[in-house]
Design a protein around this ligand. Sequence first.
Ligand code: SF4
Ligand code: SF4
Length: 89
Amino acid sequence: MGQARGNITIDIEECKGCGLCVECCPPKCLELAPELSRYGAHPARYSGEGCTGCGICFYCCPEPGAIIVYRLAPLKAVAAQGGDHATAL
Ligand code: SF4
Ligand code: SF4
């Protein structure tokens, strides 16, 4: 597998476990955790690979602040420009 193009973080304090992001993620790299959060929900989690940084999960999530999507610049371009590797949506 090549360099990852995206990454996400999910705040389990904000996630209500509705599963919309799991359904809408094109590469199917999200899942609902078997563990319960302290709100009694199964929070979404990232499988750890395959995210393209498309942002669809961010736009379909009904809970503001639950998901942050990072688009990762190619490492060669970052090295050439001296910029940041990750840009949040
Ligand atoms: S940004 Fe796109 S690929 Fe990444 S987890 Fe969200 S929906 Fe899936
Ligand atoms: S769409 Fe938002 S609230 Fe629903 S499971 Fe995904 S992160 Fe949680």
